[in-house]
Ligand binder design. Structure first.
Ligand code: XMP
Length: 325
């Protein structure tokens, strides 16, 4: 019968058999899927697992610290944190076109991860890393089958991280490949991961890079992180975090005039986005209570000197998308 504990026991046995005494590498994003893979592999092979967490400078407030706290400190998982903020921001400088930004972020991530992988492979007691673990779940398998149709012959399965270089030859470990999201969440809870980590809203791979419209700058990322944190705090406090499928703040590179005390303030505009959706293919803007929007808006303008105005996005998908870029 399908119980989380049965599945965990079975997977742990399978992983032990597949991996033996070899070393495994996992890119940990802090999202649900890679977190559950980390917990499962840690249970199966302990210290033979090394996780790489890339801080790309496009994470939300305290996100990196939270990942390190849960995995490294509480669970004793080996996690290497790579501070790659400069790499990403330098690569993104001067680029404002959304698709170009996504490509730069994807490529930089692969470069940083590959370098880390090479270092770990060379450093791990002379035992090379032979396996790469991924949090692929069943809907990903279906999606990539669809999007790769017609060119499947050029996509080797061990490159489906999105283009790892050819000289990094790993065998893939994908213990969630036949599971749906709700099943993955049940495993996560049974493995002892915090509820907050398992039920968090999805966060896109390119992170704040697609929530800062146009050119990405550290100054903008810092402002957005503060605004986003205020929005999340108030959503959680009011019970609305769990009633929305996804919510976040967006940095618009638009300045607007405001008034503070006796003075004029010419500063940035922040947009708030919250949606209700089941499948993320279509979505409706969340009908948050006006009082909640008012609290968030006031806090953002009062607490962040560089923001003069807050707007709420009332677009549905389609024709808008959930993210702004
Ligand atoms: P859109 O903006 O297309 O987003 O309506 C649908 C869902 O996908 C997420 N999203 C991404 N997730 N990498 C990801 O891992 C990406 O590049 C990416 N772009 C969008 C988005 O946050 C929403 O949940």
């Amino acid at each position: 019968s399908w119980t989380p504990d049965n599945i965990i026991d079975m997977r742990v046995e399978q992983l032990k058999e597949q991996i033996g005494d070899k070393q495994v590498l996992l890119g940990l994003s802090g999202g649900v899927d890679s977190s559950v893979v980390a917990a499962l592999l840690h249970k199966a092979i302990g210290d033979q697992l090394t996780c790489v967490f890339v801080d790309n400078g496009l994470l939300r407030l305290h996100e990196g610290d939270q990942v390190m706290q849960v995995f490294a400190e509480n669970m004793g998982v080996k996690v290497v944190r790579v501070d790659a903020e400069d790499c990403f921001l330098t690569a993104l400088a001067g680029e404002s076109e959304p698709e170009a930004k996504r490509k730069i972020i994807g490529k930089t991530f692969i470069d940083v991860f590959s370098d880390a992988a090479r270092d770990i492979s060379q450093g791990s007691d002379g035992k090379p890393v032979e396996f790469l673990a991924q949090g692929t779940i069943y809907p990903d398998v279906i999606e990539s089958a669809k999007s790769h149709q017609g060119k499947a012959h050029v996509i080797k399965s061990h490159h489906n991280v999105g283009g790892l270089p050819d000289d990094l030859q790993f065998e893939l470990v994908e213990p969630l490949r036949d599971l749906f999201k709700d099943e993955v969440r049940k495993l996560g809870i049974a493995l002892g991961l915090p509820h907050k980590m398992i039920y968090r809203h999805p966060f896109p791979g390119p992170g704040l890079g697609v929530r800062i419209l146009g050119e990405v700058k550290k100054e903008y990322a810092d402002i957005l992180r503060q605004a986003d944190a205020i929005f999340m705090q108030e959503l959680e406090k009011s019970g609305w975090y769990e009633k929305t499928a996804q919510a976040f703040a967006v940095f618009t590179p638009v300045k607007s005039v405001g008034v503070v005390g006796d003075g004029r303030r010419y500063a940035w505009v922040i947009a708030l986005r919250a949606v209700e959706t089941i499948d993320f293919m279509t979505a409706r803007f969340a009908h948050l209570p006006y009082d909640l929007i008012e609290t968030v808006s006031n806090r953002i303008m009062n607490e962040i000197a560089d923001v003069s105005r807050v707007t709420y996005d009332v677009s549905s998908k389609p024709p808008a998308t959930i993210e702004w870029e």
